[in-house]
Each structure stands twice: as structure tokens, then as C-alpha cells.
Design a protein around this ligand. Structure first.
Ligand SMILES: [Zn+2]
Length: 69
């Protein structure tokens, strides 16, 4: 049984991802850009927090569309 986890943008509170916890744990530490407000969210401990790496050109920014689910 999957326990789904909704990941919500820290800024606008819209749901960015809705995945089983097992999948979320694989994505820990990655950065996702909110499609609604454009803010960058870092996935940490199953929640999104504000990215502290804004301006880093080497950061790996993902969107929900880039994940082949
Ligand atoms: Zn947002």
C-alpha cells in the first residue's frame, strides 16, 4: 500500500507533487520550481522549503513535467 504525500509550494501553497513516500524519499534534496508562482522549492524531509541556492547556475532544477511518472 502506498502512502501518498502531497508536496506543497512554500510560497503559494499549491500542490506541486503528489507521490508515494517511497518516491519522495528518492527525490530528497532536489529543487523543484513551482509552476504557479515560479518559486524554487527544496525537497527536505518530505516537505518543501525555500531554496537557499538561488543564483547557483549549477543547481539542478526540476519541474513536475520533467519527471517521467
Ligand atoms: Zn508556488
Amino acid at each position: 500500500m502506498y502512502n501518498f504525500k502531497s508536496l506543497i509550494c512554500y510560497n503559494c501553497k499549491s500542490v506541486i507533487l503528489n507521490l508515494p513516500e517511497s518516491e519522495v524519499s528518492k527525490l530528497d534534496g532536489l529543487t523543484f520550481q513551482c509552476e504557479c508562482c515560479g518559486n524554487k522549492n527544496v525537497l527536505s524531509q518530505f516537505t518543501f522549503s525555500k531554496s537557499t541556492d538561488i543564483g547557483d547556475p549549477y543547481i539542478n532544477i526540476l519541474s513536475a513535467d520533467s519527471l517521467a511518472l
